[in-house]
Ligand binder design. Structure first.
Ligand code: GLN
Length: 477
């Protein structure tokens, strides 16, 4: 049977693979060829894996025996370049790690290998996941498949573009401040940031450890659910991983009609494009028609999220990136003294945005400013968390746009970090609070006669991803 690459989903492909309508080798070949063809312009992949057929053959063996087959068996995936795959170059799209070969598999990779999902290649990203446009990569920018003059969003622009250009059926990425959801909305696909602790972080190249979460990028909400189920679970290798019992205790009874909270003051503030707000209103109306209730909520500290994030994130990133000193990993530049070795290695290995964040982070952690910045931000983070907790006493889910604007032009915000950081205004609250959030495609905005995708974002209480899947599916209708 022919493979309808455009309309295929994980759920549909799984049925066909089980029925032997096509094999995993055939499925993988179609996606791989499309990825090769499109990559020339889009630059979604930084490396293709030559053993993709061997991987697919293992999946086909499972389908023949019917043994341990799962919805992800034989599904061709793009993997963000900061998730370790043993024996594969994994660089976080940085010069610093351009010669680094991973020595072990991330836990998520182990799980996916056990079910014989197929890895097509490593996907482009902002250097060390710092950015909202995939322009800071040492491999050059990824382009948005909907308009190649625009960014795909970031930092997981490569994984998202790979799915949007039909160069993978789904993507695996990380979200520290919106890196799955914001590019998802820019490219018209679904992006899920799971609850902090729901998916193991073992084997991800860390950016800001108290925010980082690994999650799926898919074409539908149903696929996001299938993918999430394949990667969630307790992992003793990650001390922040949560046991399944805690998750079960938190999971709510199945309830299909929800009260949706909207932080009206925050959403309808200055700086959000008019067509984004129009699309938000239409989406709300459509959900109401399906029976959901809408309630205005107050989250008075939400407006401090971005400032709080951009203090704690660089603080943690500067600490995490201290390990890249030319001694153990990656790039090594030698000169006259040890100190000079360090400065040369780090000065040449890291790009401008990464250096900016290391300096910012070091500054807010320095003894004279620790209390004034870092400690204050940590206090603020706790207040924001408490605000959300209170809001969730009266609503089941909170809804906002994913981004204040659709995809912007390549170069438009590149030299203006503050403008770039503003792209994350609606996404960082989920990382500050550890809450799960999903971005679901909700329509289009027109810019210069091009249709640019928009996304709507839902938040749920910890470990209640089920609410996100229910309401997300309703929005898809
Ligand atoms: N855009 C945000 C930042 O630059 C988020 C990045 C991410 O989630 N990795 O920090």
């Amino acid at each position: 049977m022919g493979i309808d690459i455009q309309n295929l989903t994980i759920a549909k492909a799984h049925k066909h693979l089980k029925n032997h309508d096509f094999s995993a080798v055939e499925l993988t070949e179609v996606f791989f060829q499309k990825a090769l063809e499109k990559n020339e312009k889009i630059n979604a992949y930084v490396e293709f894996f030559d053993d993709y057929k061997e991987q697919a053959k293992l999946a086909d063996k499972m389908f023949v025996s019917g043994d341990k087959v799962t919805p992800l068996t034989g599904i061709p995936l793009a993997i963000k370049d900061n998730i370790l795959i043993e024996g594969r170059k994994t660089t976080a799209s940085s010069q610093m790690l351009s010669n680094y070969i991973a020595t072990y598999d991330a836990t998520v990779i182990k799980k996916l290998k056990a079910t014989n999902a197929v890895f097509l290649g490593h996907a482009n990203m902002d250097e060390f996941a710092m950015g909202s446009s995939t322009e800071t990569s040492c491999y050059g920018p990824t382009r948005n498949p909907h308009d190649i003059n625009r960014v795909p969003g970031g930092s997981s622009g490569g994984s998202v573009a790979a799915v949007a250009m039909n160069g993978a059926l789904a993507g695996l990425a990380s979200d520290t401040g919106g890196s799955i959801r914001q590019p998802g909305s820019f490219c018209g696909v679904v992006g899920l940031k799971p609850t902090y602790g729901a998916v193991s972080r073992y084997g991800i190249i860390a950016m800001a450890s108290s925010f980082d979460q690994i999650g799926p990028i898919t074409k539908t909400v149903e696929d996001a659910m299938l993918f999430f189920e394949a990667i969630t679970g307790y992992d003793p290798m990650d001390s922040t991983s949560i046991t399944n019992e805690i998750k079960k205790n938190n999971a709510k009874d199945i309830k299909k009609i929800y009260t949706i909270g909207v932080p009206t003051d925050f959403v309808y503030a200055e700086g959000v494009d008019k067509d984004v707000l129009d699309n938000f209103k239409v989406s709300l109306e459509n959900l109401k028609k399906l029976g959901h209730k809408v309630e205005e909520i107050s989250l008075p500290t939400l407006k401090y999220s971005l400032a709080t994030y951009y203090i704690i994130m660089p603080a943690e990133a500067s600490t995490n990136l201290a390990r890249f000193d030319g001694v153990r990993y990656g790039l090594k530049k030698e000169s006259n003294t040890l100190l000079e070795d360090y400065t040369k290695t780090r000065g040449e290995g890291f790009g401008k945005e990464v250096r900016r964040r290391i300096m910012l982070g070091t500054y807010v952690l320095s003894s004279g400013y620790y209390d004034a910045y870092y400690n204050k931000a940590v206090t603020m983070r706790n207040i924001i968390k408490a605000d959300f907790k209170k809001a969730f006493q009266s609503v089941d889910t909170i809804m906002m746009p994913t981004s204040p604007f659709p995809a912007f032009k390549i170069g438009e915000k590149f030299n203006d970090p503050l403008q770039m950081y503003l792209a994350d205004i609606f996404t960082v609250p989920a990382n500050l609070t550890g809450l799960p959030a999903i971005s679901v495609p909700s329509g289009f905005a027109i810019r210069e006669e091009k249709k640019l995708p928009l996304g709507i974002q839902f938040f749920a209480p910890h470990f209640q991803e089920n609410i996100l899947f229910d309401i997300g599916k309703d929005l898809e209708k």
